[in-house]
Design a protein around this ligand. Structure first.
Ligand code: TXA
Ligand code: MG
Length: 324
């Protein structure tokens, strides 16, 4: 079973142990502001292989490489002016930029899936300090078995991956609760590859142009996080529920009265006040809990697309998609 160290009470030991295990080439579960990451030295092919092995990922997808600061990011990737402006505005924070990889980067091809681009993010807080202490970029997908709901607490990680990893660093509940927004600047256009923790409206304001949305029906999948069935609970999921059927578990947004809710086997409130930021922070934890109450189905009430609502609805559509 993984050792769990609380970074809030034992920060120095968490940093030292984190650096030690990472230096030995093993993955460590780390708190980030978005979700927990399963992090490994992005320059060490054995360490990166262990990420895929631990998650049971079916194929080698490109991973996000996390940096300590702008200087480190510039050593690994080439910034165009719009990407640099977005980085200055939203880093450290929940934004990933897809950028050309520098030939001398040292990030292993297993972390980029052999692409000539790299997904880069500067996380906030402890994760950033850990990367600075290690002095290497950390490749880190979400710390969950492939295809499952992302972990937003150390407890989630321990239940899912605890038998397969050595160390979990516990930073409490992830404050944002959904993964980073991924964008790629291509000449004059800025493409949205995945909605996430930075609302698209905020990115459009800074970039000074509308984002090109992902192809919803196209055959090319740029970000495998975009696979239709992803973030999947065990139970079936019904979206846009405005009335509840007996035996359903309900995940509710806002406090509108919902016919039939008294017949639900459990009710989870994402945000009684209808705040999408609060709802994002609660989303994955409530999906997991709704999955444990023996419901015939999980019914989710409508959530407006504004702000983080877009990322929430993106994840919910994947949770509700037909299973492979
Ligand atoms: O918030 C997050 O982004 C979390 C935390 C741990 O930082 N990480 C995360 O990583 O969600 P992951 O591996 O689950 O998602 C990475 C996504 C994938 O959909 C992948 O295809 C895309 O980023 N990606 C990475 N590098 C890429 C590249 N060079 N080109 C296109 N997509 C890329
Ligand atoms: Mg993931």
């Amino acid at each position: 079973m993984a050792e769990i160290i609380d970074i809030r009470t034992d920060r120095d030991r968490a940093l030292a142990e984190g650096v030690r295990v990472l230096s030995e080439g093993f993955p460590v579960a780390i708190p980030t502001e978005t979700v927990y990451g399963l992090a490994a030295d992005a320059t060490n092919p054995i360490a990166v292989t262990r990420i895929y092995e631990t998650k049971g990922r079916p194929q080698f997808n490109p991973l996000i490489c996390h940096m300590a600061d702008m200087a480190m990011a510039e050593r690994h990737a080439i910034f165009d002016p719009i990407s640099r402006l977005l980085a200055q505005t939203f880093w450290p924070g929940p934004l990933t930029l897809i950028l050309p990889l520098r030939a001398e980067s040292g990030i292993h091809a297993l972390a980029t899936a052999g692409l000539d681009t790299v997904g880069i993010r500067l996380p906030q807080g402890f994760a950033r300090d850990l990367i600075a202490a290690l002095d290497r970029p950390l490749a880190a997908p979400s710390a969950n078995t492939s295809g499952k709901v992302s972990a937003t607490s150390a407890q989630h990680v321990a239940e899912d991956l605890g038998e397969r990893i050595r160390l979990i660093l516990d930073g409490g509940a992830a404050p944002v609760g959904v993964e980073s927004t991924i964008v790629k600047v291509e000449g004059e256009t800025v493409r949205l590859l995945r909605p996430g923790g930075v609302p698209t409206e905020a990115i459009e304001r800074i970039a000074g142009r509308p984002l090109l949305r992902p192809e919803t029906s196209g055959a090319t999948i740029e970000a495998p996080g975009m696979l239709a069935s992803h973030y999947a609970p065990e139970a079936a999921v019904r979206l846009g529920a405005t009335a509840i059927e007996p035996g359903e578990a309900v995940i509710r947004f806002g406090s509108d009265i919902i016919p039939g809710i008294e017949q639900a086997c459990a009710v989870f409130d994402l945000s009684p006040t209808g705040d999408p930021v609060e709802a994002a922070a609660n989303l994955f934890d409530m999906l997991k809990r709704a999955d444990t109450v023996g419901a015939i189905r999980i019914a989710i009430t409508p959530i407006p697309d504004r702000g983080l609502g877009e990322a929430i609805n993106d994840r919910l559509q994947r949770a509700a998609a037909p299973r492979e």
